[in-house]
Design a protein around this ligand. Sequence first.
Ligand code: 1GP
Length: 236
Amino acid sequence: MKSILQHIKTSEKRNLAVLVDPDKFNLEKTSQFIDKVNNSIATHIFIGGSIVDENATETLISVIKPLTGLPIVLFPGDVIQVSEQADAILFLSLVSGRNPEYLIGQQVKSVSKLRNSNLEIIPTGYVLVDGKKETSTQKVTNTEPLTKLQEIVDTAKASELLGMQLIYLEAGSGAKQAVSSEIINAVKIEIKIPLIVGGGIRSKLAIEKAFNAGANVVVIGTAFEEDESFFEEIKR
Ligand code: 1GP
């Protein structure tokens, strides 16, 4: 079977990930929600949040997994959210910030959980870009988002040179302004590894814009949390 990263790299298809935050998600509506995901163009389920209660991730995955064939990918805000039940983990380093705890500290702490797991581990450069709103990532990690185009491009390139396999351009959950086409395009031109884009994307048009600018994976969280009818727009 192709790995999840390999699939993202080689598929012509545009990948759409639905992000579920274990802390905000109402478990009672799981089957109804996953039904909608299954009937949409979504290709992945991402699971994660900035602050999540211990065990919430495990519980959520155990409930979701039997209901879908889509790959479940961890998008962890910290080491607590590492669960062996998922298929893969975005092994994130917050390369836009200068807080060692989120550049390497949490990663070191997670090794005891990862060493013997079967998770596909995908080294990912996580680049926080200004989304015109203070985000929880910013608050929790005590770092500032990047604002300058060249700095964003150089940060993504440095991550690729360091051996990262994916770049995640993040405007922050609920961002007022999604990552612009100009930024996506400039990063895309510079790197060969696939690009994930998320934060503040709330319409089919915005999804299209991100894909057209060069995103390989678009992530949507808040738009579904706030209004499940958004799934109607992206039905298969
Ligand atoms: C957040 O990129 C994701 O980490 C998704 O953002 O919740 O704004 O869709 P939204």
